[in-house]
Design a protein around this ligand. Structure first.
Ligand SMILES: Nc1ncnc2c1ncn2[C@@H]1O[C@H](COP(=O)(O)OP(=O)(O)OP(=O)(O)O)[C@@H](O)[C@H]1O
Length: 351
């Protein structure tokens, strides 16, 4: 049985989630030790336990150690997902999007399905709904993965109460697209959103902050929205599409008490400008998340043997994924050129 060290690299929930997904996809059982060893509260927290239970449910897996706080589990998948409809409730503001990214590969590589997930939709340390809908999924579609994703309720920290619905299509065709050399923007969309519970001026001030950092920016569209939610919450999301309409990039900043709304907006705009200055293809968060769809496409598409992309910043999350994915998919080799924290290149090879 594969033994995975959950303390490797970033040492967070990602090692567990990627292992769960790829275990069902490949039918390989695994044991993971030191789960989230590098986090202040190690072991399974509600979001991670919900991922274990969800993937166990869809693969009728035998699981040992699936309890809150557990730092070790054994996971033995028994079946491929058979049902068409699934509903999961994290029970806290834990990220619905991270749970979605865990179940999407086992489901898409079989019959697809409709999945409803309740929990957080715009919460710290995770991709928010807008990022997954507007950046991750359009990018994943380039490799053949197709999902229609909808937001039915916003869920902010700490009460959660959010809901997403995904229609996952069976992933039958695999592609490895030719990508433009680096990101030259065609247009930008900015979302400034806050809970209705907060004063009206927040969305305006967030927007003012973004725009102050982007003078003379052309092809810019702005959406302002105040939304129903159980907890106070605000965010700015900037999405960019490149000239050839192939690459997407996204930047999110969540507001919180004591963090001036203008600064929330400025932070997003600065991240976007930093990304552009690197002259790369993918921003840092996309790189670690898109590595699974690229790996699966490269394995299935027998005509290609290599795929390479550039990334604005080599992160621990990316290094961790590059180490972990080939453990489940040993035909693949993934190498990273560049130092952590700097611009780099990712090479995937199929042997
Ligand atoms: N602002 C952001 N935009 C898009 N994706 C993000 C953003 N922040 C974090 N992510 C992604 O969220 C994922 C978080 O993985 P991590 O292992 O830290 O998960 P976790 O389960 O939340 O961890 P933890 O163990 O810290 O509780 C990574 O894929 C990372 O790229």
């Amino acid at each position: 049985m594969l033994v995975i060290d959950g303390a490797y690299g970033e040492g967070g929930g990602q090692v567990l989630r990627t292992s769960l997904s790829l275990s069902v996809v490949t039918g390989k059982p695994f044991r993971i030790v030191n789960i989230r060893a590098n986090r202040p509260k190690p072991g399974l927290q509600p979001q991670h336990l919900a991922c274990v239970k969800a993937v166990a449910y869809l693969s009728e897996a035998e699981v040992k150690g699936d309890e809150l706080g557990s730092q070790e589990i054994v996971f033995i998948p028994k079946k491929l997902p058979e049902r068409c409809n699934y509903s999961f409730d994290i029970g806290t503001a834990g990220s619905t999007l991270l749970l979605f990214q865990t179940v999407v590969y086992p489901l898409s590589l079989n019959k697809g399905g409709e999945v409803v997930i309740k929990g957080g939709t715009h919460v710290p340390f995770s991709p928010c709904y807008h990022y997954v809908k507007e950046v991750f999924l359009p990018m994943a579609k380039l490799f053949g993965l197709e999902v229609d994703l909808y937001l039915e309720a916003y869920g902010f920290y700490s009460a959660g109460g959010g809901k997403i619905r995904a229609f996952i299509k069976p992933w039958e065709e695999f592609f490895l697209p030719a990508l433009p050399e680096y990101f030259i923007p065609e247009n930008i969309i900015i979302y400034s959103v806050s809970s209705e519970r907060l004063p009206v001026h927040i969305v305006e001030r967030q927007l003012k902050g973004v725009l102050s950092e982007l003078p003379n920016c052309e092809n810019l569209t702005v959406y302002k929205e105040r939304v129903k939610s159980r907890s106070d919450g605000t965010f700015v999301f900037l999405k960019a599409l490149n000239k050839e309409k192939v690459l997407y990039a996204g930047f999110t900043e969540l507001g919180k008490r004591g963090y001036p709304a203008e600064e929330v907006g400025k932070k997003v705009a600065r991240e976007w400008k930093n990304f552009l200055s690197t002259k790369t293809q993918f921003e840092e968060h996309l790189a670690d998340q898109i590595l699974i769809p690229i790996s699966l496409a490269l394995l299935k598409l027998r005509s290609a043997k290599i795929f390479r992309f550039s990334v604005a910043k080599v992160t621990k999350h990316l290094l961790t994924q590059a180490w972990l994915i080939p453990k489940f998919l040993p035909e693949l080799k993934i190498t990273i050129e560049g130092k952590e924290g700097e611009k780099g290149y990712v090479n995937l090879y199929r042997e």
